[in-house]
Design a protein around this ligand. Structure first.
Ligand SMILES: NC(=O)c1ccc[n+]([C@@H]2O[C@H](COP(=O)([O-])OP(=O)(O)OC[C@H]3O[C@@H](n4cnc5c(N)ncnc54)[C@H](OP(=O)(O)O)[C@@H]3O)[C@@H](O)[C@H]2O)c1
Length: 239
């Protein structure tokens, strides 16, 4: 769809890939609802968009809390009037070391990467069904693909495989509507995802893409004409 004046919710928009997607889609004329927990970072993203002539509002929300999701979606409707696209992007990494991985990390990863995305989707979906249009864009990971070498990813891979299943099932359920559901499966991206759990090789690795380049791919998918359906997209760094 043409992104001009479309209202796009982006979860995890305070940094990393979500921030890059926000800048890119705003540049294409979309109005952005920035969702995350850290107000200071959200405010910086909003200000940069507004200062370059775009439209953005931020909404503080922990997506592991369903009441906060419901309030946020209502606040977005009150402030921006409608919702056209939901980008489920917020995410956390788990410690990949099987022996050291703390059960709390594991729980958190499922609450955010899986249940957070599913609950956000179910909160927005009735609005898309009422208007018989909308696009649910799930940022999953190549860790959500069975055929990839998942040896290092364990619980994180489990959270992402669950989203692959949900995305496929939702797409099938909505096949007779005008609502689109895309699964997005990027490889490594240079963000703070790994640093946040203390991983050593957190940045500048040969397997990492730039967040801006990945955001370009997201914009490409969301910018297709309404009758062109990108059901899934896999991208990775060419070594
Ligand atoms: N980096 C990679 O190599 C890679 C590869 C494939 C897929 N992905 C996926 O891409 C997505 C974005 O990750 P990233 O790499 O950009 O990581 P990032 O830089 O760490 O950003 C994660 C974002 O998620 C938000 N977030 C975390 N917990 C949240 C919660 N409970 N409620 C609301 N927002 C929350 C964070 O904001 P606050 O802390 O302010 O809440 C932040 O904006 C994730 O789904 C990730 O799994 C990443």
């Amino acid at each position: 769809m043409n992104l001009k004046n479309k209202v796009v919710i982006i979860t995890g928009a305070s940094q990393g890939l979500g921030k890059a997607i926000a800048y890119k889609l705003s540049h294409e004329g979309a109005k952005i609802a920035l969702v995350a927990r850290t107000e200071k970072l959200l405010m910086e993203v909003k200000n940069r968009i507004v200062n370059s002539g775009g439209v953005a509002e931020y909404f503080i929300c922990d997506i592991s809390n369903n009441q906060q999701i419901e309030k946020t979606v209502q606040d977005i409707l009150n402030k921006l009037g409608k919702i056209d696209i939901l980008v489920n992007n917020a995410g956390v990494w788990t410690d990949e070391n099987l022996e050291k991985e703390h059960p709390e990390y594991r729980k958190r990863a499922f609450e955010v990467n899986t249940l957070g995305h599913i609950n956000f989707t179910y909160t927005v979906l009735p609005h898309f069904q009422d208007q018989n249009s909308g696009h649910i864009f799930n940022v999953i990971s190549n860790a959500g693909l069975l055929e990839k070498d998942n040896v290092r990813w364990k619980s994180y891979a489990a959270t992402k495989h669950a989203m692959t299943g949900f995305t496929k099932s939702l797409r099938d359920s909505l096949a007779k509507t005008k609502i689109q559901v895309t699964g997005f499966f990027p490889g490594g991206i240079d963000t703070n995802l790994y640093e946040n759990v203390g991983r050593q090789d957190a940045h500048n690795q040969p397997w990492m893409m730039k967040a801006e380049d990945v955001a370009d791919c997201v914009a490409f998918v969301l910018n297709r004409p309404n009758d062109v359906y990108v059901e899934s997209l896999i991208i990775s760094k060419k070594m």
